[in-house]
Design a protein around this ligand. Structure first.
Ligand code: NOJ
Length: 752
């Protein structure tokens, strides 16, 4: 095929141009790889450097400057730039007015929805439903691509043990297995069936790597992660994302074991490229290249650029140390032309795969799908499946709408349309949110809802409306209290030292509880809060996270029993910040605590000899158990587990083992149960966790019905990195099938 440039025809919003190629007169090769090579041969150094630079719209003083930069080939990617007409125009300039006509790749943070907002990722993780999560990300991609975005900076798959860290909201929680399955679902949803489908976005696995281990949960802080923890836990979801075909990775802000991750040859060159064979491109996080100067790892921006390029960061986000310094660095032999060519080839390969050369334009009609009713319905389903019932004393829930004369709806989050959308939500709009107050009024009618907000936002300390709230409670059959955190308290740079319920919410709950009315507490938050006091003041607690656009109807569905809550915790809930870190796959220690050994602080006499009280690993005040364990979640029905069976008591290294059990819905309502499968490796060449999730299954079980659930293990599932190598070691293993990380049927087998 001869290279030709076709004219752009944008008529009545309909796009006709579908083909582009460059002007060399050479034959166009077919594969992305060959096309990238072919193009690379024709590029000047300036054009190559342009491809390695991603600029934010805010960088340009006026729109003409941006256009000129694109015309000059000095920027290959934009972020925070969107809109059908704007994107089509800037792509037209890139294609028609730049020398080689290389399209831009336009990226944006589409983290848990674009216009239809889904629960925060931590909430979605509580659904343990990869298929529903995949669909949510597909919907996000369909909506975002209709505004010209073909690359999202997601999924965010940082494992963390620290609820103080505000960005816990954006990830999948503490567990590498759950996070890996969800990472796969997210990447598959974002990228669709085929990358060059106009609704497919390139995914970006972030933040590579270790960012969730910030010391003290303080955002951007230093991380120290020994290699076994890095490989056995932190890297797992990233490997899953790579295996699912994620086209890009984002190098992070953090210093990892003394080497900032945006200059880290070990994690980028050795692990990602050499060991995993990743062939997409690596983008830095925002200014994370030049921030290596602050880290004390680079003398100046030029030095930082050299370090990042040598580590394998292909594209620099937001700052211009590449643009400003690559030529000098080449002259001084601090970097090589081969490195530049490799970086550019990685970027072009992804642009070709996305079909950007052939069809870079947005069809304006695609916007018609935004907020499609089916998208909103899916958002409601995911929000429903994400909510976790933590307490339900005396069957306080569900409420019977037909029997209720009225309910009191109280609290700062009952009618907070922006807050329910959660953090990292650039494009979702508060006016599209359906709040719990609206949903409950729709269900019961205005007359049966006594609404007093009482606190205007979650940190509000004013008690001036407490009396009105108490009056509303007294007039009602039950109190529905919507509390938690505003969206602004979680997310990037939103770390907290104390993780309690803020403001005067607890005092308000105390005043309401004193009325003797049943208290139903719904928490909407971006992190697992320490809710011990609030738990004691309530009859029922539903943890609904920041549930997105349709949080209101989803919560109402659960409170009034249209469906049973079915979410399970993707993260351990601690009693207080002093218990952090507390995660279920901790080590046993040499002195594991038990109920017998625990000595509560108040039981200790003030006169004591020098002894180690209890002699075991616990806190005198918190004890040795969390507030709620990983995997925990109640239902309106009950489930019985029985008949755990192994296909054999001995598993061969080259064989498989099947572990099965029966789960019966022993209650009065059809419901979903998330069945969990855990393993413990009794003895290892390094100490092993007390439990590790190796499988799970969300099952819909009708009342009275029994289903059989099976999990299959291979030796590779039991492998771990021991500091020197990845091994599967023979010996005895425990297995459990159960409803949480702390309960379940037990058996064991030998691996030989
Ligand atoms: C910084 C954040 O850490 C990252 O997650 C985000 O994608 C970029 N900014 C771009 O907005």
């Amino acid at each position: 095929m001869k290279l030709t440039r076709l004219p752009l025809v944008l008529s009545a919003g309909l796009l006709m141009l579908m083909t582009f190629s460059c002007d060399s007169g050479k034959t166009v090769p077919d594969s992305a790889e060959a096309r990238a090579d072919n193009l690379l041969e024709q590029m000047t150094l300036d054009e190559k450097i342009g491809q390695m630079s991603q600029l934010d719209l805010g960088y340009f003083m006026d729109p003409e400057q941006l256009k000129q930069a694109v015309r000059d080939g000095r920027c290959g990617s934009l972020l925070n730039f969107l809109g059908t007409e704007q994107v089509n125009e800037i792509q037209r300039i890139a294609l028609e007015e730049s020398r080689l006509g290389i399209p831009l790749i336009i990226g944006r943070d589409v983290i848990h929805g674009y216009r239809t907002i889904f629960p925060i990722p931590l909430g979605m993780a509580a659904s343990w439903n990869p298929e529903a999560v995949r669909q949510a990300f597909r919907i996000s991609a369909i909506e975002a691509s209709s505004d010209g975005i073909r690359w999202t900076f997601g999924p965010m798959i940082d494992i963390t043990w620290d609820p103080r860290w505000g960005r816990i909201a954006e990830g999948c929680g503490e567990d590498p297995f759950l996070a890996s399955t969800l990472a796969t679902a997210m990447v598959t949803g974002i990228q669709g069936d085929s990358l060059n489908d106009p609704t497919s976005l390139a995914a970006c696995a972030k933040h590579y790597v270790g960012y969730g281990f910030a010391e003290a949960g303080r955002d951007y802080n230093t991380t120290y992660i020994p290699e076994p923890l890095l490989r056995n836990v932190v890297l797992k979801p990233f490997l899953a994302a790579k295996e699912a075909g994620a086209q890009t990775f984002m190098s992070a802000f953090n210093d990892l074991n003394g080497i900032p991750t945006s200059g880290n040859q070990f994690t980028i060159k050795k692990i990602l490229r050499e060991e995993w064979g990743f062939d997409g491109f690596v983008v830095s996080d925002w200014a994370s290249v030049t921030q290596m100067v602050n880290h004390g790892f680079a003398e100046d921006d030029k030095h930082a650029a050299a370090i990042a390029i040598n580590a394998g960061v292909d594209m620099e986000m937001a700052t211009t140390s590449y643009y400003d310094n690559i030529k000098t660095l080449l002259d001084k032999k601090k970097i090589t032309m081969v490195q530049i060519d490799d970086a550019v080839r990685n970027i072009l390969r992804v642009k070709f795969r996305l079909g950007l050369f052939d069809n870079p334009y947005v069809n304006p009609e695609a916007r018609a799908k935004i907020l499609d009713p089916s998208f909103l319905e899916h958002s409601r389903t995911v929000a429903r499946q994400s909510a976790v019932l933590l307490k339900n004393e005396n069957a306080a829930l569900p409420l019977a709408a037909e029997k209720i004369s009225s309910v009191a709806v109280i609290g700062p989050l009952a009618d907070a349309p922006r807050d329910q959308l959660g953090t990292w939500c650039f494009d979702g709009r508060a006016e599209n949110s359906v709040t719990p107050l609206k949903a409950i009024r729709d269900l019961l009618g205005d007359q049966r809802v006594n609404y007093v907000q009482a606190l205007t936002y979650s940190r509000d300390r004013s008690k001036k409306d407490f009396a009105a709230a108490v009056v509303a409670a007294r007039r009602s059959d039950a109190v529905l209290f919507f509390g938690g955190e505003e969206w602004i308290l979680s997310g990037e740079a939103r770390s907290r030292g104390e993780i309690g319920v803020p403001g005067a919410q607890t005092e308000l709950l105390e005043a309401l509880a004193a009325t003797g009315k049943p208290i139903i507490l719904v928490i909407m938050a971006g992190r697992p809060l320490a809710i011990g006091r609030e738990l004691n003041l309530s009859d029922a607690v539903l943890y609904a996270w920041h549930g997105g656009t349709m949080a209101g109807p989803a919560i109402a569905d659960l409170l009034f029993g249209k469906e049973s809550p079915s979410g399970k915790l993707p993260v351990t809930f601690v009693k207080g910040a002093g218990q952090i870190p507390f995660y279920y796959y901790r080590k046993n220690t040499g002195r594991p605590a038990s109920a017998q050994s625990f000595t509560p602080v108040d039981s200790i006499s003030s006169v004591n000899p020098q002894i180690s009280i209890g002699d075991k690993s616990f806190h005198l005040d918190y004890g040795f158990t969390p507030l709620f364990p990983f995997g925990f979640g109640l239902s309106y029905t009950t489930f019985g587990y029985s008949d755990i069976e192994l296909s054999s008591q001995v598993m061969k290294m080259d064989g498989t083992l099947t572990v099965s059990a029966r789960v019966t819905n022993t209650g009065k309502m059809d419901a979903d149960e998330i069945v969990q499968f855990y393993v413990r490796d009794r003895v290892g060449s390094i100490t092993r966790p007390i439990k590790e999730l190796k499988g799970y299954n969300r099952l819909s079980i009708k009342k009275g019905e029994t289903v059989e659930v099976k999990f299959t293990l291979r030796a590779a599932d039991l492998a771990f990195f021991n500091g020197k190598e990845t091994v599967t070691e023979p010996g005895r293993f425990d297995v459990w099938i159960g409803p949480s990380s702390e309960e379940g049927l037990h058996s064991d087998f030998i691996l030989e």
